[in-house]
Write a protein that binds this ligand. Structure first.
Ligand SMILES: [Zn+2]
Length: 557
């Protein structure tokens, strides 16, 4: 048997293969990084010899490694290495963490990091005085968890020259007292007054950010992803393209990654030649920069998501604000058609119903000119989808890239979104089950660091449409958010495995446990199908493998 003996064998498990038939098995054999056989214990045991590592799953679940179709691991990892507030709950927690970070990093010229929640502060706006009391001498700049507002201290305001007489920029707002004095929160484009002063992240910092992010994602069973913004050299937020290429060349990129190159919305079609050149440079090992990210709108909470009918005011009366289309639709059609003809995938940020429609219109224009290519354009966020557009995803071969964790009654949804969308439009939110009923291909992602990258928490919400019990959001956990849009567990798992593999053009190699595919695998501590759906988020990943190599093991695994 030695000629065909396995390097690694899993036995005695609940192996959920996510193959086309959604079949189950007990055991899996791995040889030379690939799945050599899938079957019963009796069928697989003969492939064990003296050199085979045997893992007794003891009833635990084996899944294909999860894949995240929209995530920012370099910057999120960097956040984790800085002053990280994401997992904290109260203002006192935040202040304790910030003081501790400042004390531990006495030579850092800036206190950076972030991840606070708007709901912790009155009107979502934290004051500078809290920061001044703990860090009076150095500037502090801490964005909230979605990056749309930042908390700053007096030193940062002073260095940025923000005073009562400073006007708001066109695309942002300085939070002020009645007398105009800045209070310590900067919204949207007003953050630039301060960010322009912050030294860009060094190559070394970005590299450490990627490795930290990768380590964290592997610990959640994630073996591949699409990085939703990869920036080339010269960008103020740092050159993450080189970060990935360096990691791939050094053999330290253990995840499989597709990078989405950033479409500069202040420029036009002339940037396409540069994108082609970046794609040529951007191939190494497990990394390929073959996608282009076009951000078509903003978010609903601050009324920059592009809506077909205007937002309502606090009085329930329509305003004249329809949000922002960042790329003018005629240019969008032309850009997507040209990119598609060049074989690029387009990854849209398309959040509200007009942006979704404009993105689908652009894909339709590309299909009309270029025919039905295999570029697999995808629309991320899809928060508000007009019912007329639901069938178009399948018709156009556009993938629905869902961030399911946001589909719940939590404070940001109930207080900052539903009242301003109004009836019936608020019910068009996150229509994942409707999209599936209309035949759409569904992929899933987290948008980490905006929200948790834990696929089991994401799947929990996709199935229950209720926030997980321990998730640090103020949420109405009694009230299911649009129950008709709940997904069954099998469909949600498929979204985070074979669906996201499809988006990354990796479904022939990964995304399911089938003979011949790469052994990218995750061991979960229980068979989630055998427990009530309300307990999905309690499950944890214990082991993660990429091509049969262990990239994560829980202490108790
Ligand atoms: Zn994102």
């Amino acid at each position: 048997m030695s000629g065909s003996a396995a390097d690694l064998v899993f036995v005695n498990g609940a192996v959920y293969t996510v193959d086309a038939a959604r079949s189950w098995a007990q055991a899996v054999a791995v040889r030379e990084g690939r799945i050599a056989a899938v079957g019963t214990d009796a069928a697989i045991r003969p492939s064990i010899d003296g050199h085979t590592e045997v893992i007794d799953l003891a009833g635990r679940m084996l899944l294909p490694g999860f894949q995240d179709a929209h995530v920012h691991p370099v910057y999120a990892g960097l956040d984790m290495l800085q002053c990280d507030l994401h997992d904290l709950i109260t203002k006192d927690d935040y202040l304790g963490a910030i003081a501790g970070y400042a004390e531990a990093n006495p030579d850092a010229p800036w206190i950076l990091g972030g991840g606070w929640s708007m709901e912790v502060f009155p009107r979502g706006c934290p004051p500078k005085e809290d920061l001044d009391a703990i860090v009076p001498d150095r500037p502090v700049f801490l964005p909230n968890r979605d990056g749309h507002s930042a908390w700053v201290n007096s030193k940062a305001l002073e260095l940025a020259g923000i005073r009562a007489e400073t006007p708001d920029p066109a695309d942002g707002r300085i939070e002020r007292s009645a007398g105009g004095e800045p209070l310590g929160t900067l919204h949207e484009g007003a953050q630039r007054f301060v960010t322009d002063l912050i030294p860009p992240s060094t190559a070394d910092e970005l590299y450490r950010g990627l490795l930290k992010g990768q380590e964290f994602l592997h610990a959640l069973g994630i073996t591949g992803w699409q990085d939703a913004i990869v920036q080339p050299a010269g960008d103020a937020s740092g050159d993450s393209l080189t970060t990935y290429l360096t990691a791939a060349d050094k053999g330290e990129l253990t995840a499989r990654v597709v990078g989405a190159l950033w479409w500069d919305r202040l420029r036009g079609l002339e940037q396409i030649d540069e994108l082609v050149a970046l794609r040529e440079q951007g191939l190494a090992g497990r990394f390929a920069a073959t996608s282009v990210k076009i951000m078509q709108d903003g978010v609903c909470e601050n009324f920059t998501g592009a809506v077909i009918d205007p937002y309502l005011g606090a009085d329930g009366i329509p305003t004249d604000n329809r949000g922002i289309s960042f790329v003018e639709p005629a240019l969008l059609n032309e850009a997507v058609t040209r990119l598609d003809a060049l074989g690029f995938q387009v990854h849209f940020h398309a959040l509200a119903d007009r942006a979704v429609r404009e993105a689908l219109d652009a894909v339709e224009a590309a299909r009309r000119t270029n025919g039905m290519s295999d570029t697999r354009p995808h629309l991320a966020h899809i928060q508000v989808v007009h019912p007329d557009d639901l069938p178009r995803f399948r018709q156009l071969g556009a993938v629905a890239n869902a961030q399911p964790l946001w589909a719940a009654h939590e404070a940001q949804m109930d207080e900052l979104t539903i009242p301003f969308l109004g009836d019936p439009r608020w019910t068009w939110q996150y229509p994942f089950a409707s999209l599936v009923r209309h035949g759409a291909m569904l992929a899933m992602g987290s948008d980490w660091s905006v929200s948790s990258p834990d696929p089991l928490e994401e799947i929990h919400v996709a199935v229950n449409r209720v926030m997980p019990p321990n998730y640090p959001y103020t949420a109405d956990r009694e009230n299911v958010f649009l129950p008709d849009e709940r997904l069954d567990l099998a469909t949600a798992i498929a979204g985070f495995t074979i669906g996201s593999a499809y988006v990354n053009h990796l479904e022939a190699e990964t995304g399911s446990i089938e003979t011949g595919k790469r052994a990218d695998l995750a061991v979960v501590d229980r068979n989630v199908f055998a427990h009530p759906p309300q307990e999905i988020s309690e499950a944890t990943v214990q082991l993660t493998f990429v091509e049969g190599e262990r990239v994560y093991a829980a202490p108790d695994a």
